[in-house]
Design a protein around this ligand. Structure first.
Ligand code: SF4
Length: 479
């Protein structure tokens, strides 16, 4: 099978220290790679369609969404109570519980646990929290080798890239890209991009590393306060590998993962995989309640900015997110620009509202990478009002001078125009005439970013208002 296609994989946003991310620049590069663009758009749209199919089957879907949202509201507003209950029950189960206020503390707690066991290698199932914490880099400084057990995440690790999607980390890669990565890192045939061949190559190479590892780490999809247990959902069973292969299991868990009890778990388990991949359930829903006989289990409960977010009146509900990725799969910007174009741990619609809570300046451009069509809000299984929060962020960023002066003055002028119906109507004929008669270069130039990726719509002969007046008259009665 021919492998190396003519099209190189477009890389993500260029990170320049604390400078605002240029998502548009990275998106343009992604859109200039037609094979990648078409594949990415199609793959994610397929997931969205499968999700819609599942939703249709479940009659009580909207009730479930409301219930999931209500459970999250309740839990987040009683977080201290449930976290303490969880800790008490986990300790009673034989688990060692640690608390980390930020990424650095998370990494140093894990490093200390590993040092105490003289562990030099760790196998890990995919976890966005550890991405947030820069965990792999931190462990490299400690001399600990980390091996990802999730196939997509392992591909990304070998390619020295972050996950581009919360559920399908390597979804932006063509098979030929994977063949190229494996050829470089595992010594496989660069001209063979057969999926079975590539999977086999990866397995042959990684299994020995897994079997030799000194410690295992998993993330946590849900932490049940009532039982003190953590639940991890995967399709490859890789969390079970990470948890059970060695005598030391470390769980990395964000404080917002807590849910009250097993009844509420049932609601989220019904929604997670259906929203994410359009499948009724994940292949593996693993419950870890305590250490195996002779083994140790640690849970590191991490804040890393979450309590600050909880205090943000307009944005606290973003903590309800169960990381299903449905908002990404439906977002036209995400589908056409790839997750790495956002230059942040969290991409797509949910990223637009979470990322600025980590760093307002660096991620100040992201809330503008949205068409505001509201589809993200419609598919969100926990009913986060994502597009409204994106609009709120735009306002907050403008008020805090975190947007370029040119954009700010344009928005101010547009605001004044739209706030005055008289002014707006008076300006329309002028704008229409300009659109009809101006030479093309005046509209389509480097300064006008709007027209870089699209054509201006046709100017209609009359506006809706003119049509209404002509056909209904000023009193609204049909002529
Ligand atoms: S915001 Fe909603 S749709 Fe997006 S990942 Fe989170 S739970 Fe899923």
């Amino acid at each position: 099978m021919p492998a190396r296609g003519p099209e190189p994989q477009p890389r993500g946003a260029v990170i320049r220290g604390n400078h605002p991310i240029d998502q548009q620049e990275a998106a343009r590069r992604f859109m200039a790679a037609p094979q990648h663009l078409a594949m990415h758009d199609q793959r994610l749209w397929d997931l969205r369609k499968k999700r819609d199919g599942q939703k249709e089957i479940i009659e009580e879907w909207e009730d479930l969404r409301q219930l999931a949202s209500d459970i999250k509201t309740h839990t987040l507003t009683h977080l201290d109570t449930y976290l303490e209950q969880f800790e008490k029950n986990a300790i009673a189960n034989g688990v060692k519980v640690h608390w980390a206020k930020d990424a650095a503390e998370h990494n140093s707690i894990v490093a200390e646990i590993l040092r105490s066991k003289n562990a030099k290698s760790l196998i890990k199932s995919k976890s966005m929290l550890t991405e947030e914490c820069g965990f792999r880099e931190a462990m490299a400084h400690e001399g600990v080798t980390v091996v990802e057990t999730d196939l997509g995440e392992r591909i990304q690790q070998l390619d020295n890239e972050n996950p581009s999607h919360v559920v399908v980390p390597a979804v932006h890669k063509l098979r030929t890209d994977v063949a190229e990565v494996f050829a470089k890192t595992l010594g496989s045939d660069p001209d063979n991009s057969d999926v079975s061949y590539l999977t086999e190559q990866q397995r042959e190479h990684t299994r020995p590393l897994i079997l030799k590892a000194d410690a295992g780490m998993t993330g946590c999809n849900f932490a049940v306060a009532e039982t003190g247990s953590v639940v991890v959902c995967t399709n490859e069973g890789n969390a079970d590998l990470s948890a059970n292969t060695t005598g030391l299991h470390i769980v990395s868990m964000g404080i917002e993962k807590i849910i009250p009890n097993l009844n509420s778990l049932a609601v989220f388990v019904r929604m997670l995989s259906r929203s994410a991949l359009g499948s009724p359930i994940t292949q593996y829903t693993s419950h870890f309640r305590g250490p195996r006989r002779g083994a140790e289990m640690h849970i590191v409960i991490v804040d890393n900015g979450r309590t600050d977010r909880l205090g943000l009146e307009k944005f606290w509900t973003s903590l309800k997110c169960i990381r299903c990725g449905a908002c990404m799969n439906t977002c036209p910007v995400f589908r056409r620009s790839g997750g790495l174009s956002y230059g942040a741990t969290y991409a797509g619609p949910i990223g637009l509202i979470i990322d600025p809570t980590f760093n307002r300046h660096k991620y100040s451009t992201l809330p503008f990478s949205s068409t505001m069509n509201g589809s993200c809000t419609n598919v969100c299984p926990v009913k986060i009002n994502i597009h409204e929060q994106i609009a709120d962020w735009r306002q907050v960023l403008a008020e805090n001078h975190e947007i370029p002066a040119f954009k700010k003055s344009m928005m101010k002028a547009a605001g004044a125009l739209l706030a005055s119906p008289k002014l707006y109507r008076a300006s329309l004929p002028m704008a229409d005439s300009a659109l009809r008669h101006l030479p093309r270069f005046v509209l389509y130039n480097k300064l006008n970013t709007w027209t870089r990726g699209r054509e201006m719509p046709h100017v209609p002969k009359e506006t809706f208002h003119q049509w209404y007046k002509r056909t209904r008259g000023v009193d609204g009665k049909k002529k």
